[in-house]
Design a protein around this ligand. Sequence first.
Ligand code: ATP
Ligand code: MG
Length: 231
Amino acid sequence: MIAIAKLSKILTSGRRPLVILDGIDLSIPRGQCAAIVGASGSGKSTLLGLMAGLDAPTAGSIRIAGEEITTLSEDQLAVLRGRKIGFVFQSYQLIPTLTAEENVLLPHELLGLDAGAGRTRARTLLDQVGLAERLDHYPVQLSGGEQQRVALARAFMTAPPLLLADEPTGNLDSATGAHILQLLLEMNRNAGATLVLVTHDTELARQADRIIRLHDGRIAEDTLQPASARA
Ligand SMILES: Nc1ncnc2c1ncn2[C@@H]1O[C@H](COP(=O)(O)OP(=O)(O)OP(=O)(O)O)[C@@H](O)[C@H]1O
Ligand SMILES: [Mg+2]
């Protein structure tokens, strides 16, 4: 599903070039759930953003479902994201002028799909993340954890074959976090979707099929976990 080769990201805006990602080679097969872990600043969010085509690399190749994305135009990237990629950001990126329900519906509407069916699905998803009572609330009226759950429901909305999630449970208490992770894994396994999850939580990472550890912009460790080790 994802094939990355010799990927690097170097920032040259400061006084000296800053190497954020340094020659990453990584393949993630369809259906896999991979957890990316590593210290703050090791490049996890940068790598995830590149996978979504939200940022351009300095060098290297990224193929998503066979398609080289580093040479696509903004418009082509927007189409690819709409059809194939669900993204949960570390900062939730909800639209402040839209209610919870409208935020969740948005990716569906952007694809020009039937509004009625979309509304039903949006409500079901918000119910699954425990926000059935909050459909008409705006992001400012929701706590950080509630906003994060809206962002998760939004990412699920179009049932994308690839879900990229940056600290999706970072602002949730452990019980809610475990529940949300269960939802993520269920979608990953039932729909045969591929899930790439950035997390600080080692308990959470242990439930993934694979753990990729970044250190200073390089892959320091890449471990497949036996099914018996997972919860
Ligand atoms: N636009 C930018 N300008 C300058 N430095 C940046 C920029 N974006 C990222 N960085 C730097 O790149 C490094 C990697 O950042 P990144 O956000 O990928 O880390 P991370 O592993 O996700 O960390 P965290 O766990 O804190 O979220 C950091 O040192 C960060 O300061
Ligand atoms: Mg980050």
